[in-house]
Design a protein around this ligand. Structure first.
Ligand code: P6P
Length: 339
């Protein structure tokens, strides 16, 4: 068996051999991966670490924060603020952006993350994960204020330069794209290194597995109800085949399954809160996951348009998410648009 390579060598080769990433982006990805290792350690301790349960505080989404949400957020901030590769960070767990403190050099990248996605699963030992997205800080005309602002983050997902997640499950697995496909690294705890274990993941264009929270059925829009009803009708129905259903309630786990074997994930708009386009966040959930899925040959839509083409208006804006096997996403989108 050929010798597996570690993430460090992979990133050096992406930079030096393929000329795909500049040194500062290589450093950024190394640091994020190291932070994910620390978060994995904290998560894996469970009760023994005394950090399960809620922190008795709410995040900007109005959701009760888990202690590990805050710990994971702090780990990512502290790991990245001093390196000189970032201008600022943004997180699901922080109301505003976090400019790199003046005591450190400013870099040209913006890092966005959901530090611990799926945190409702923490206390019941179900897979959770860290999702991250990297943008370049926009150039400002000479003479204009060179500070960093929230406005600098409001770029469509197609402008990302790197995206990935780390799933803390039976294995700790880092999944990454820098725009040349999707590669997967498994943490070797004895070495303390992420080792390249799968390259160029591909999502099959068709599937027989859908993921949605069925308890929201009575709130769905008609096109979503039509799609799911047709899946449930199985072999004797309009789809002419049986479907399986999964819902982990941890986006990282559901997306990882889809990247590993195909499927379609839906968290659509529903009638519970008509003013809200969806539950999931565009900038640090839908955009990074959408790019990973597209890089693996899948598709990601908000039921009407490509997620990566959405122009953000707010840092924490939400979006309806349909992603996975391309032919299923296209079908669901066509049910909404009539095209
Ligand atoms: P529900 C986790 O809180 C999350 O943001 C995603 O990871 C997950 O897909 C979704 O919410 C689960 O939402 O309403 O099924 O609990």
């Amino acid at each position: 068996m050929t010798q597996r390579i570690a993430l460090t060598r992979y990133l050096v080769e992406q930079q030096r051999v393929h000329g795909r990433i500049p040194p500062e982006l290589r450093l950024l990805l190394e640091v994020v991966a190291r932070a994910c290792k620390s978060i994995s350690q904290a998560v894996n301790k469970g009760e023994l670490g005394g950090v399960l349960g809620t922190a008795q505080t709410e995040n900007v989404q109005g959701e009760m924060q888990k202690q590990l949400d805050i710990i994971a957020n702090d780990v990512l901030i502290e790991a990245n603020e001093w390196g000189g590769h970032l201008a600022a960070m943004a997180s699901e767990e922080m109301d505003g952006i976090y400019p790199v403190p003046n005591r450190y050099p400013q870099g040209e990248y913006l890092l966005l993350f959901d530090p611990l996605d799926g945190s409702s699963n923490i206390d019941v030992n179900v897979s959770i994960g860290t999702i991250f997205s990297v943008l370049k800080k926009p150039e400002h005309p000479p003479g204009q204020n060179h500070g960093v602002s929230e406005q600098d983050f409001l770029q469509p997902g197609r402008d990302q330069v790197a995206a990935g997640y780390c799933v803390y499950g039976p294995q700790t697995t880092l999944v990454l794209t820098v725009g040349n496909g999707v590669d997967l690294f498994t943490l070797d705890r004895e070495q303390g290194s992420f080792m390249l274990t799968r390259e160029q993941l591909q999502i099959p264009p068709d599937t027989q597995e859908f993921a949605i929270n069925m308890s929201n059925m009575r709130h769905w829009d008609a096109p979503v109800k039509r799609y799911v009803d047709e899946c449930l009708a199985g072999l004797g129905g309009p789809r002419g085949k049986d479907f399986n259903m999964r819902w982990v309630a941890s986006m990282v786990a559901d997306v990882h399954r889809i990247l590993s074997r195909g499927g379609v994930f839906l968290y659509p708009w529903d009638k519970r809160d008509p003013g809200k386009p969806g539950k999931l966040r565009l900038m640090y959930e839908a955009n990074p996951m959408g790019w990973l899925v597209e890089q693996a040959g899948g598709a990601a839509s908000n039921a009407r348009q490509r997620i990566l083409d959405i122009q953000p208006n707010q840092l924490h804006e939400r979006v309806s998410v349909i992603l996975g096997s391309r032919n299923e996403v296209d079908r669901i989108t066509s049910y909404h648009t009539g095209l």
